[in-house]
Design a protein around this ligand. Structure first.
Ligand code: SR1
Length: 325
């Protein structure tokens, strides 16, 4: 560890140990988030210990205890179930370890919360839904309760339905696991077969959207369905822009930027510098039409065209290198 010249302690000496403890590791979003966290950690000469998530609350608790025993200075908790984390997170805080939460409500004023402005994300998606479909249609909705970002997006969907009585939710389904897309596809097939009048599906997680698209293609109904999602990856861009795709819009941040922001927030906390309790990375609407028109094929293409996809001004300081992508 060489340290960062001019950085505050302990970053001037380098080798600061930080743990990244995820609840979910599978899927494009979480892999890109981790890659962004690793790139930012490297730039800060942080010794980042990554604990893989397997959607297992007991294992995530255990990993937090392991990180405490490793003597880390900071822990980034990426998703998880708040009810199973409160006491172990408190143990970390009691030992002076700084904690940052991404997309898990730990409801502790000592813990900065990183999020993607989920209310805005869902609102932008639903504005596009109305532009494309009006305010009278039968909808499918993909949702699993208990995940902070999905719960926040759900608040917007509930409000949208109560303000637009012509929008009828005919089916609700969803699954979060290590096979989210394929499990959701099986559920979507059953829901779309039972409700052939559904023309719009709000699927605000890219794995959900991928599942619904699979189902629509298998059922041969892609041309009469429109899917609206959250998140973006290079694989998603390919699926959205391919000929005849029913996946017509998504609202997204660059997850790698969000991962980098989470590590910067932890670094600022460890250095004793001011960090807002709420750190937001704003999402951008990406329609099938705009992606095709701009010839966007990859996340790198997006980063070249949209500044928010290459960097964020959240949780920055002059001593923190932030040009990573
Ligand atoms: C199961 S929660 C999935 C969501 O977490 C992140 O906020 C991503 O945006 C994804 O949609």
């Amino acid at each position: 560890a060489d340290g960062l010249p001019g950085a505050p302690a302990p970053f001037d000496k380098g080798g600061v140990k930080v743990a990244l403890i995820s609840y979910i590791s599978a899927g494009d979003f979480f892999q890109a988030y981790q890659a962004g966290a690793e790139a930012q950690a490297k730039a800060l000469d942080i010794d980042l210990r990554v604990f893989p998530g397997r959607q297992d609350a007991a294992e995530q608790r255990e990993q937090i205890l392991q990180a405490i025993n490793l003597g880390v200075s900071g822990i980034v908790i990426d998703h998880g179930l708040p009810e199973s984390l409160g006491d172990v997170v408190q143990q970390a805080l009691d030992k002076g370890i700084k904690v940052v939460a991404f997309d898990v409500n730990l409801n502790n004023p000592k813990i900065p919360q990183v999020e993607q402005s989920d209310h805005e994300l869902a609102s932008l998606a639903l504005e596009q839904v109305v532009k494309d479909n009006g305010k009278d249609f039968k909808a499918g909705y993909v949702y699993v309760a208990g995940f902070a970002p999905l719960d926040r997006r759900n608040e917007v969907w509930d409000k949208f339905k109560s303000e637009n009585k012509g929008v009828v939710e005919k089916a609700r389904f969803g699954n979060v696991s290590d096979t989210t897309a394929t499990s959701t596809a099986d559920q979507a097939k059953a829901a779309l077969t039972a409700n052939p009048d559904i023309t719009v599906v709000f699927a605000p997680y890219d794995e959900f959207a991928r599942g619904v698209k699979l189902a629509a293609n298998d059922l041969g109904i892609a041309s009469k369905l429109k899917i609206y999602s959250a998140d973006v990856s290079t694989a998603d861009i390919q699926e959205i822009t391919e000929e005849g795709s029913p996946w017509v819009a998504t609202v997204a941040t660059n997850p790698a930027v969000v991962g980098a922001v989470s590590i910067r927030a932890a670094a600022l906390e460890i250095a004793g510098q001011t960090v807002p309790r709420q750190i937001t990375v704003k999402p951008t609407l990406l329609t099938q039409e705009s992606l095709r028109a701009a010839g966007v094929k990859t996340i790198e293409d997006l980063a070249a065209k949209i500044p928010a996809f290459s960097t964020s001004d959240a949780a920055t300081a002059s001593w923190i290198p932030d040009k990573l992508f």
